[in-house]
Design a binder for this molecule. Structure first.
Ligand code: FES
Length: 282
């Protein structure tokens, strides 16, 4: 859609976007809280899970508002939605702060629309609690319209721009189906990461003795080069830290230890045969 393309390219948003990014990064410092909000513990981003509750509460409120005599049911439902929006917003802002600029432009308008929507719902709640039911309903319907716009932009962010998806997964499909040699075992130093190509797919190798693990080298978060990342820890508990945003993956199995990535880094089947390292598709 042309308007969305223009939004992706709207560089004049970058000034405010960069300032907000710095503010969000400064506001959410503890790694545990960051991992919690990113969804690192969950296996995929937490934000889309958290938005289910406020969205369902807001839509249900609108349905009840269209039915006669449902004021007492609608008000606590609306209050639940407003309260549930708080953690959803927090997780969304943190995810947003780790996106590329073009995605942050769309994300900024997505977040702005949702902030207006939540403000309208909060005002609707206050109006209802003060007995101004008609005004409360009108504000609620306005909130739903604005939230719909925000949801549309969120869909574009995820499905057109790929925010929050695992960018490493497609590389697995481009690996050879059958066992294919990538290099000799002797050419891979121990307890360090090295990058080798399987076709045109870079893979990250880590070796201890005759045992080798292989991961997709492009970081699942935003395709950062894991081969340039620092290795921390020892032995098979060692991890690689992405140089772009600090996502940390265990080298033995690709498990994500710290975000912003929420998915494990894809593990590639590997074997050593006659002194050669071979890999194939899972
Ligand atoms: S690209 Fe963002 S953490 Fe790797």
């Amino acid at each position: 859609m042309p308007i969305l393309n223009r939004l992706e390219e709207a560089r004049r948003l970058d000034g405010v976007s960069d300032k907000l990014q710095a503010a969000v990064t400064a506001a959410v410092r503890p790694q545990r809280l960051r991992d919690l909000l990113h969804g690192t513990w969950l296996g995929h981003p937490l934000h889309p899970v958290l938005v289910q509750l406020p969205i369902s509460a807001f839509v249900s409120t609108a349905i009840l508002d269209l039915l006669p005599g449902r004021r007492r049911t609608a008000t606590p439902l609306l209050a639940t939605g407003v309260a549930a929006a708080v953690p959803a917003v927090a997780a969304g802002w943190l995810d947003w702060s780790q996106l590329t600029r073009d995605r942050r432009r769309v994300g900024l308008v997505h977040a702005g629309a949702n902030a207006i929507a939540v403000g309208l719902y909060a005002t609707s709640l206050i109006a209802r609690l003060r007995g101004r039911t008609a005004a409360g309903k009108a504000l609620g319907f306005a909130g739903l319209a604005v939230a719909g716009t925000g949801a549309y932009l969120g869909g574009h962010l995820s499905y057109a721009q790929g925010a929050g998806t695992n960018h490493a997964a497609p590389d697995l499909d481009r690996l050879p189906e059958n066992w294919t040699e990538v290099c000799s075992l002797a050419s891979v130093p121990e307890r360090r990461t090295v990058v080798r190509l399987a076709g045109d797919v870079p893979i990250l190798l880590y070796r201890i003795g005759d045992q080798v693990s292989a991961l997709v080298e492009r970081c699942g978060h935003e395709t950062g080069p894991l081969g340039e990342g620092e290795v921390t820890g020892e032995g098979w508990n060692a991890c690689v830290v992405c140089p772009w945003h600090g996502s940390t993956f265990r080298l033995s199995d690709g498990a994500v230890m710290h975000g912003p990535a929420a998915n494990n880094q894809p593990l590639i089947p590997v074997r050593v045969s006659a002194g050669k390292i071979e890999i194939r598709q899972p």
